[in-house]
Design a binder for this molecule. Structure first.
Ligand code: NAG
Ligand code: NAG
Ligand code: NAG
Ligand code: NAG
Ligand code: NAG
Ligand code: NAG
Ligand code: NAG
Ligand code: NAG
Ligand code: NAG
Ligand code: NAG
Ligand code: NAG
Ligand code: NAG
Length: 424
């Protein structure tokens, strides 16, 4: 067949197919002419990029970083619909960046069935993170994987935290500038630092994610939300040693619901006021959650001597506390390391905070502890239907020697209202 004839044949074929399936035709063009450089419409050629076909080996021993990178490159540059796929097995991978933007036409799927395990050392993580997704729009990450950060086997971790270098610890899963995305059904364990961090993310749903680490792991927050908006954390289970969820500066419109926390340090806003010019935190809601056996239930924390910033419109609603040390706490003298600049009070303004239908048991001397700034008043703090009972059974001497009261306040409060509540 001459070239000329070939083209005629193809054209005929193309014309025929147009009546059958416009999608197939685009895929056809894509393959033979590379048309999709500037696609005119959606193309639906669907391809699955399996790490095993790029040389990855599920023996828990081979370093698969390069194979994963190659697979991602192919999947992300595929024009059409694309899936990055990890089959069953245990895959050792080092620091890896799933970076966009991708050329895929629709949702970029990432299905991780097998477990991923991190290298044990800390030297191989130049960006202080293990698995990073960045500059991506519309990804769907799911699978029954466990991302094992192998932080527990590291004696260095405890050591480096004692030297107050916890900030440098390695985040297991990091989303940076990721939008319109869903993370579902995955689990994470034993992170070297934070388990899961969202930074500059927008419209991201985190659903049925399970996070577990020993109760005494240092600085291993479950999910840390920073400078992000429209974040929905639902139906998840978090016991991470540190904060289950922490909402930090620049975060707006975050909803945490149907989520179980414990053991660990509870659900937190903050810590806030560490540096100057922090962006505000606003419209945060924790709803229909359980806290079991944690040091704190729901907490807002700001550093002493902190520069001005704001946190407002925060709701904690329908929360069940089981044997929690500090079920409701605002702490504007937050100082975990005991080496803070306490020259002056926090200048972080907290306002319009509602605690509604919070019930259960606690094991400290007080159910509610509001330690507000003496300079910038906590404004409009409302408690409705809060019913907390102290139980002494497992109570040990608290680290902090606070007032022996069930409802304790300190500093300046403007507009504190309590309705239909009991503190036993
Ligand atoms: C954020 O990601 C998008 C792709 O989703 C990219 O176009 C944009 O440049 C990124 N922004 C920054 C600041 O990196
Ligand atoms: C948020 O992301 C989801 C999942 O990708 C998407 O279906 C939805 O349309 C997005 N919402 C907005 C307002 O963009
Ligand atoms: C998550 O798990 C549930 C229950 O097994 C299942 O119905 C759902 O399809 C899973 N989601 C994804 C995206 O696989
Ligand atoms: C949550 O995800 C796990 C897999 O990690 C799955 O086994 C379970 O069925 C899911 N549960 C729901 C309610 O989707
Ligand atoms: C916060 O996120 C916005 C985008 O939502 C970005 O433009 C800005 O640079 C981010 N700020 C920081 C401090 O990361
Ligand atoms: C969340 O999990 C509960 C069961 O624990 C289930 O009844 C509910 O439908 C789930 N919600 C979603 C959106 O999957
Ligand atoms: C509250 O969350 C639980 C799972 O933790 C779920 O079964 C229930 O449906 C949720 N209720 C509401 C009103 O969302
Ligand atoms: C403590 O804070 C005050 C007021 O901001 C400042 O003047 C002082 O230098 C700080 N001290 C230390 C040791 O950082
Ligand atoms: C607290 O104790 C009282 C009586 O001692 C009991 O009626 C109430 O149900 C308890 N509330 C909670 C939330 O445990
Ligand atoms: C506190 O509530 C009052 C009455 O609803 C309102 O006028 C005021 O603006 C609120 N304060 C703040 C800081 O929003
Ligand atoms: C609580 O513990 C203290 C010290 O162990 C004990 O004296 C007190 O009787 C206990 N209270 C209750 C209600 O069990
Ligand atoms: C307190 O309870 C009473 C009686 O159940 C109810 O009428 C009232 O609306 C409640 N107040 C608030 C602020 O919810």
């Amino acid at each position: 067949m001459t070239n000329c004839n070939f083209i005629i044949v193809v054209k005929f074929f193309v014309t025929f197919l147009i009546f059958v399936s416009p999608n197939k035709i685009l895929a056809f063009y894509d393959r033979f002419y590379g048309y999709a450089e500037e696609p005119m419409g959606p193309s639906f050629s669907y391809e699955v990029f399996d790490v095993s076909t790029f040389g990855a080996s599920p023996n828990a021993d081979t370093d698969n970083t390069l194979a994963f990178e190659k697979t991602w490159w192919a999947a992300c540059n595929h024009q059409g619909k694309s899936k990055f796929y990890v089959p069953e097995g245990r895959f050792l991978v080092g620091e890896i960046q799933f970076k966009g933007p991708c050329r895929t036409e629709s949702t970029m799927e990432v299905e991780i069935t097998g477990d991923l395990i991190a290298p044990t050392g800390i030297k191989d993580f130049p960006s202080n993170q293990w698995i990073g997704f960045s500059q991506l729009n519309d990804i769907f990450l799911y699978g029954s994987t466990n991302l094992d950060g192998r932080g527990d086997v590291e004696a260095w971790k405890q050591k480096s935290c004692e030297d107050s270098k916890c900030d440098k610890l390695i985040t297991s899963l990091s989303l940076d500038n990721v939008s319109n995305s869903i993370i579902e059904n995955i689990s994470l364990s034993n992170a070297k630092g934070f388990h899961f961090r969202l930074h500059s993310a927008s419209n991201v749903t985190v659903h049925n994610v399970s996070i577990s680490s020993p109760w005494d792991s240092p600085n291993t927050d479950g999910i840390h939300v920073h400078n992000s908006s429209f974040i929905y954390i639902t139906n998840s289970t978090i016991g991470a040693g540190d904060d289950c969820v922490s909402i930090s500066t620049g975060s707006l419109d975050v909803l945490v619901s149907g989520t179980h926390c414990g053991p660990g340090h509870g659900f937190s806003i903050g810590s806030l006021g560490k540096v100057k010019n922090e962006e505000e935190v606003r419209r945060i809601k924790f709803q229909n959650c359980t806290v079991n056996g944690a040091d704190n239930g729901v907490r807002i924390k700001t550093w002493p001597t902190s520069p001005p910033s704001e946190a407002s419109d925060i709701t904690f609603e329908d929360i069940l506390m089981i044997n929690v040390s500090n079920p409701i706490i605002i702490d504007q003298e937050y100082c975990p390391s005991n080496s803070c600049n306490t020259t002056s009070a926090s200048l972080v303004k907290l306002s319009n905070i509602e605690f509604k239908n919070i019930r259960g048991t606690y094991r400290s001397d007080f159910g509610v502890n509001l330690r507000c700034s003496s300079v910038v008043a906590c404004e409009n703090i409302t408690l409705i239907d809060v019913n907390l009972n102290g139980t002494n059974s497992t109570y040990k001497t608290p680290k902090e020697k606070w007032e022996q009261e069930k409802f304790s306040t300190k500093g300046s409060l403007n507009g504190l209202a309590v309705f239909n509540s009991t503190f036993n």
